[in-house]
Design a protein around this ligand. Structure first.
Ligand code: SAM
Ligand code: SF4
Length: 491
């Protein structure tokens, strides 16, 4: 297996992508200066870049897709695995030529890598002018003006309150149909392998009314699907005390109740029956039956749960500090099947070769995958991250060769399960939401069914944003192919 596999996310889509990133598009609203943002890593980071773009717009910037044209280049970075950080460093060398031809250009590093390395980043990468952590984006205009005066600037302050609730994100690279909505920030879980609690700070939930307003605004602009984002959405909990009410000027009666994730899901589902609602990520220790019943109650809440298992072995899960064991995980899956049925999509994240993992324990991961039959998984081999509990407590003692071999076995298992699960859809009628033309052929449209599976249909007299009733006629492990029966009356 080659090196590339280390960072291949098996995307629930038409293709697997290596270390994917998103850039800004050309925008011409008459602003005088140009901003180019490249975003790496998870959906939370992509959502954050949209907040950054909104702050920069206020500061007089339109976005550009060409970094040579930019006055400011931002790299919104990921630290989750070593490979992600290497990619960012390599990318910085590509910006050197642009900076040479335009020395007044400012280069900023944002996000998790900025938070992890702080001032050290400026020492290590001379091309970088500003370093900004995920909770300090409001300070960007100030940091930029410091950099424009020729000084380096850093703000990596982690907040206990910041949720950017009052900022209306500027949608970047949008298909105009689906959008991410951030509902919380940070994580309090301390999984031993994970750097996120250190780079994104303490968990805090965003004001639910601002979330509903954002969903309503998106719907009024033609969006048909929102994905509510958080590292652990099931621990969403908003209470008036936790929040900075003043900033949002809520009416007294709006801020008296505690809102949990099931309540929030319902509030967003009620925005409109033709606005689909998704969410990610669910934590096996926290997902409640209440959430499952709320999903069942509303047709427009998609029947799909991303429930990362990480491992199928209880000893390894304990060392990972996941706070559930194999039996607990399987019980949660049974509950999902009992309440939402076989058709509910379930996906996972898996890590192979975690510290001291034996061959038998690896087999437990494969057997868990056999029992659950995930629709798809994001699969990684363990990458030790400095400062994490695992890095402090456990030797990273599984060789790269073994980690990669186990990963290839996990990928093979997943591919077989994905195909098996997709075959169950053959001959069925399903509703898909059209997201736009397929990347592979102009003659086809691409969309997703409720279970988050990509469905490809021949192009026809319908357009993106339409709901279609389709019959599934063929499949691969990653894709369903359908024939269109009708434009769904839900439109
Ligand atoms: N909050 C989510 C959860 O609890 O499942 C996931 C967040 S993390 C950004 C995404 C995935 O990256 C994790 O689920 C895990 O599988 C993987 N990951 C995190 N740290 C890792 C590490 N040190 N090595 C390999 N994979 C890692
Ligand atoms: Fe990382 Fe665990 Fe938090 Fe997910 S729940 S972000 S894996 S610490």
């Amino acid at each position: 297996m080659n090196n590339l596999i280390a960072d291949i996310d098996i995307i629930p889509g038409e293709e697997a992508q290596a270390c994917d990133f998103k850039t800004t598009v050309d925008e011409h609203t008459g602003k005088t200066r140009k901003l180019y943002i490249e975003s790496y890593g998870c959906a939370m980071n992509f959502a954050d870049s949209e907040v950054v773009a909104a702050i920069m717009k206020e500061g007089g910037f339109d976005t550009t897709s060409d970094f040579y044209q930019a006055d400011v280049i931002f790299l919104n970075t990921c630290s989750i695995r070593e490979k992600a950080e290497q990619t960012v460093r390599k990318r910085l060398t590509d910006f050197q030529r642009a900076k040479k031809s335009k020395p007044e250009m400012t280069i900023g590093v944002l996000g998790c890598m900025a938070e992890r390395l702080k001032e050290k980043f400026l020492e290590e990468e001379k091309i970088v002018d500003i370093v900004v952590g995920p909770d300090a984006y409001r300070d960007l205009p100030n940091l930029l003006s410091i950099a424009e005066e020729g000084q380096k600037a850093v703000n990596t302050f982690l907040s206990r309150e910041e949720t950017y609730a009052d900022i209306s994100p500027v949608r970047l690279n949008s298909n105009g149909v689906t959008a991410f909505v951030s509902i919380m920030r940070g994580c309090d879980n301390m999984c031993s392998f994970c750097v996120v609690p250190f780079t994104r700070g303490r968990e805090r939930s965003r004001d639910p009314y601002s979330i509903v307003e954002e969903a309503k605004d998106l719907f009024s602009k033609g969006y048909k699907e929102v994905t509510l984002l958080g590292q652990n959405v099931d621990s969403y909990k908003w209470s008036p005390e936790e929040n900075n009410k003043a900033r949002l000027n809520r009416k007294e009666e709006d801020v008296t109740t505690v809102v949990n994730f099931a309540n929030l899901l319902e509030m967003v589902a009620l925005v409109d029956p033709s606005l689909r609602v998704r969410f990610s990520t669910s934590h096996p220790k926290d997902i409640t039956d209440d959430v499952l019943y709320t999903m069942k109650k509303y047709d427009n809440i998609c029947k799909y749960i991303h429930l990362p298992a990480q491992s199928g072995n209880s000893r390894v899960l304990e060392m990972m500090n996941r706070t559930y064991d194999r039996e607990w995980y399987l019980e949660r899956v049974s509950k999902i099947r009992e309440i939402l049925g076989e058709e509910c999509g379930i996906s996972s994240d898996m890590i192979t070769g975690f510290c001291s993992e034996t061959e038998e324990e690896h087999q437990d991961t494969l057997s868990l995958m056999d029992i659950v039959k995930f629709d798809f998984s994001y699969m990684f081999f363990y990458s030790e991250r400095p400062g994490t509990l695992a890095a402090k407590k456990y030797p990273d003692d599984i060789s790269l060769e073994v980690k990669k071999r186990r990963l290839s076995e996990v990928i093979k298992k997943q591919s077989a399960s994905s195909l098996e699960r997709n075959k169950l859809d053959l001959g069925k009628e399903q509703i898909m939401l059209v997201e736009g033309p397929s990347k592979k052929s102009e003659d086809d449209f691409k969309g997703r069914n409720s279970a988050n599976k990509v469905v490809i249909v021949p192009a026809g007299n319908y357009s993106k944003g339409d709901y279609l009733t389709v019959k599934i006629i063929d499949c691969t492990p990653a894709t369903l192919f359908g024939e269109v029966l009708e434009i769904n009356p839900k439109n």
